[in-house]
Design a protein around this ligand. Structure first.
Ligand SMILES: [Zn+2]
Length: 70
């Protein structure tokens, strides 16, 4: 499950929210000052367990399979 990072536009504090993909929390507030204007950042991702596997599929990658040309 991805962790979204938010930034408060009022006090500029950063905080993270565990959220489902594609789900927006409309009533999200800054835990510091309670301000409603928070801005979603897409930097943080749940990568605490550094194992192999689940990698985020990126958009725009050409589906040429495992390219062997370098
Ligand atoms: Zn704040």
């Amino acid at each position: 499950m991805p962790i979204y990072e938010y930034r408060c536009e009022s006090c500029e504090s950063h905080f993270e929210v565990l959220q489902r993909v594609g789900e927006d929390k409309k009533d999200l507030r800054c835990p510091q000052c309670g301000h409603e204007r928070v801005e979603k950042q897409f930097s943080a991702f749940a990568t605490s367990s550094g194992g192999s596997g689940t990698r985020v599929a990126r958009r725009g990658s050409s589906g040429c399979g495992s390219g062997g040309f370098s």
